[in-house]
Design a protein around this ligand. Structure first.
Ligand SMILES: CC(C)(COP(=O)(O)OP(=O)(O)OC[C@H]1O[C@@H](n2cnc3c(N)ncnc32)[C@H](O)[C@@H]1OP(=O)(O)O)[C@@H](O)C(=O)NCCC(=O)NCCS
Length: 172
């Protein structure tokens, strides 16, 4: 577990998501994205499925979930990959490093489990410094309309993001 101590408050502890956390995590994501969350191309890869709980994380402050990140199993053409998202931090807790901590935790655990590549659709100013690149995902096609500059990949092993090409589909 990762603990972030903050002045005059409980520390924030990041733990793997449990099945029972789904309602609070869903609430957090709804507050962060609003109904537009379901219109996203990435949602086509998530609807009707469950995230990989061992690679999805919740940031807790006492009994309150203040941040979350989920990962999903996908394929890019025939290549296995992980899709990162949604990531959300409660508004009162933003710009304190928690979002970046959640991404770093998910990346390190995915690498430790032998995953080779993480794909996402997100903001370059947030994900670029965390090692994600749109250039490497230029030929990756999402199953719906998307600004291609927001499709980004990060290799977890050398060369895993070279020659990425193909449609992203949900994987078992
Ligand atoms: C995006 C989000 C998860 C970031 O969480 P956070 O805890 O505020 O992020 P951090 O404090 O770890 O920010 C890390 C860095 O990214 C920057 N950053 C954070 N959000 C950013 C944004 N939306 N645009 C540009 N830069 C951003 C921070 O300033 C910080 O930079 P620094 O290290 O130079 O100070 C949070 O703003 C959120 O939940 N937003 C609503 C949901 C959403 O849009 N999620 C998907 C985003 S692609």
């Amino acid at each position: 577990m990762t603990a972030r101590a903050t002045p005059s408050t409980n520390p924030v502890v990041i733990s793997p998501e449990r099945a029972a956390d789904a309602p609070v995590v869903e609430g957090l994501i709804d507050r962060a994205f609003g109904p537009g969350r379901y219109a996203k191309a990435a949602e086509r890869l998530r609807e009707g499925r469950r995230p990989l709980l061992t690679l999805s994380f919740v940031a807790w402050r006492g009994g309150e979930a203040v941040g979350c990140v989920r990962l999903w199993s996908v394929r890019i053409g025939k290549t296995g990959a992980l899709l990162l998202g949604p990531i959300a931090v409660e508004s009162a807790w933003r710009r304190g490093g928690l979002g970046a901590d959640l991404v770093r935790r998910a990346v390190s655990e995915a690498a430790a489990m032998g995953a080779e590549l993480i794909l996402l659709v997100g903001d370059q100013p947030f994900f670029g410094p965390l090692g994600f690149s749109a250039a490497q995902a230029a030929k990756v096609r999402m199953p719906g309309p998307v600004d291609q500059r927001r499709v980004m990949a990060r290799a977890l092993v050398p060369g895993a993001a070279d020659d990425l090409d193909g449609l992203v589909t949900a994987a078992a």
